[in-house]
Design a protein around this ligand. Structure first.
Ligand SMILES: O=P(O)(O)OC[C@@H](O)[C@@H](O)c1c[nH]c2ccccc12
Length: 279
C-alpha cells in the first residue's frame, strides 16, 4: 500500500472525501511551489497533484496553460521538479501525484523517470494524453517502482471501458466531470452526481472527480458521492492573482501562501460536511 491507498482508507473510515488540490510546479518558481505544497498539506490537503509544465498542454484550459507558461518562463525542468519532490518529502508525508504529459516523460526515459520519481518520494502519476491502449509500458514501469498510475474516465466513456479503466488504474480512478479541458466553471453538469454513482458502481478503486470544481459548495455536494475531489484552476487563479513582476521577473507576492492555505482549508472543511451521509 502506498501513501495514496493509505490516505483513502483513512478517509473512508472517517466518512470523508479526499481533497486533492493541484498546482503547477514552478509557478512562479520552485521555492514558492514548495511553500504552497507544505501549506496546503498543513491546511488539510489529503493528496497533492503537482503539474509538470509543458509547452503544449492539450487538456488544459487558459488558466493552467498560463501557469505552465509562467513556470517555463522560469526555466523549470522535470529533473528540478523531482528535486522539489525530494525537498517536500523531507518535511511532509502528504501523498504526491505528478501530472505530466507523455512527451517529457518519454524524453526523460520511462524507466529512468519512474525510478527517479519514486526515489524522490512521489506516489503516483497522471499522464492525461496516454490512452489505456498505450498506457501499458508506462504503467508497468511506474508499478515496478511502486508508483500508482492514475487513469482518467470521462462522461463520454462507455461503461465497459470505465470498467477496464477502473481495473487498470492505481491509487484512484480520475473521473473528468465534463468532456473538455480544465478550468473553473460556475455550473457543473446537473447529471454529475448520478454519473459519479454509476462510475463508482463499476470501480473497486476510489473515484475522484475533477475539472471545473472551484467552490466549497460544489465540493460539499460532490463529497456525498465521490471519494476524492480535485481542484486545480481555482487555486492556480489565486496563485496568478498574487504574482507580481519585479525587474521583469515573476515572483510570489507576500500574501500568496496564506491565501492559498485559507482556500484549501475552506475546501477541506466542505469535504467533511458530507461525513455520515456516505455509504
Ligand atoms: O483545473 P480544474 O478544472 O480544477 O481541473 C483539475 C485539474 O486542474 C488537474 O487535475 C489537472 C491539471 N491539468 C490536467 C490535465 C489533465 C487532467 C487533469 C489535469
Amino acid at each position: 500500500m502506498n501513501r495514496i491507498d493509505r490516505a483513502f482508507s483513512r478517509l473512508r473510515r472517517r466518512g470523508e472525501a479526499a481533497l486533492i488540490p493541484f498546482v503547477t510546479a514552478g509557478d512562479p518558481d520552485l521555492d514558492t511551489t514548495e511553500a504552497l505544497v507544505l501549506e496546503m498539506a498543513r491546511r488539510g490537503a489529503d493528496i497533492v497533484e503537482l503539474g509538470i509544465p509543458f509547452s503544449d498542454p492539450l487538456a488544459d484550459g487558459p488558466t493552467i496553460q498560463a501557469a505552465s507558461q509562467r513556470a517555463l518562463e522560469g526555466g523549470v525542468t522535470p529533473a528540478e521538479i523531482l528535486g522539489l519532490v525530494r525537498r517536500i518529502r523531507r518535511r511532509s508525508e502528504v501523498p504526491l501525484v505528478l501530472m505530466g504529459y507523455y512527451n517529457p516523460v518519454l524524453q526523460f526515459g520511462l524507466e529512468a523517470f519512474a525510478a527517479a520519481a519514486a526515489e524522490a518520494g512521489a506516489d503516483g502519476t497522471i499522464v492525461p494524453d496516454l490512452p489505456l491502449e498505450e498506457a501499458g509500458p508506462w504503467s508497468r514501469a511506474a508499478r515496478a517502482h511502486g508508483l500508482a498510475n492514475v487513469l482518467l474516465a470521462a462522461p463520454t466513456t462507455p461503461p465497459e471501458r470505465v470498467r477496464r479503466l477502473a481495473a487498470a488504474t492505481r491509487g484512484f480512478l480520475y473521473y473528468v466531470s465534463v468532456a473538455g479541458i480544465t478550468g473553473a466553471r460556475s455550473e457543473l453538469p446537473p447529471e454529475l452526481a448520478a454519473a459519479l454513482r454509476a462510475v463508482k458502481g463499476l470501480s473497486r478503486r476510489p473515484v475522484a472527480v475533477g475539472f471545473g470544481i472551484s467552490r466549497a459548495d460544489q465540493v460539499a455536494a460532490l463529497a456525498a458521492v465521490a471519494d476524492g475531489i480535485i481542484v486545480g484552476s481555482a487555486l492556480v487563479r489565486l496563485v496568478e492573482a498574487h504574482c507580481t513582476r519585479r525587474d521583469g521577473r515573476l515572483a510570489a507576492g507576500p500574501g500568496l501562501v496564506a491565501a492559498v492555505g485559507g482556500f484549501v482549508a475552506e475546501l477541506k472543511a466542505a469535504t467533511r460536511t458530507a461525513a455520515g451521509r456516505r455509504g
